[in-house]
Design a binder for this molecule. Structure first.
Ligand SMILES: [Zn+2]
Length: 124
């Protein structure tokens, strides 16, 4: 990773994600705690860790529970035509595979089964 990535406006400075993505030093642009301070406190302060984990879990739940927009439907259609299964699409868009599957059926897109093909009378 180059230093340029840290200067991007959407880089998550002051978070564990920022630290995990490589922000370690003095160039951190966080206004409060720097990425490495956040990481150090997360490792050593149980209450801080618990609060941060709760915050991150709530954010992840909000991302999963958002509604599927027309732009998301476009992505689902494109990925379905590219042969991706519900789990792959769900990972990219941040929804559950079940939510992708039901929208996929509503859009009339063919489903792609996971795993090995089932045995049939035609192809035992
Ligand atoms: Zn940083």
């Amino acid at each position: 990773m180059s230093g340029r990535d840290f200067e991007a406006d959407d880089f998550p400075h002051g978070t564990l994600e920022g630290y995990a993505r490589g922000c370690r030093g003095t160039h951190c642009e966080a206004t409060g705690m720097t990425c490495s301070e956040t990481q150090r406190r997360y490792q050593g302060d149980w209450q801080f860790r618990r609060a941060l984990d709760a915050e991150r879990a709530a954010a992840a739940k909000a991302r999963r529970n958002r509604t599927i927009t027309p732009a998301d439907e476009q992505t689902i259609t494109e990925m379905a035509h590219a042969g991706k299964n519900n789990a792959d699409i769900a990972k990219v868009l941040g929804f559950t595979p079940g939510a992708i599957g039901s929208r996929r059926r509503a859009l009339g897109l063919p489903s792609i089964p996971r795993g090995r093909p089932r045995k049939t009378k035609e192809a035992p």
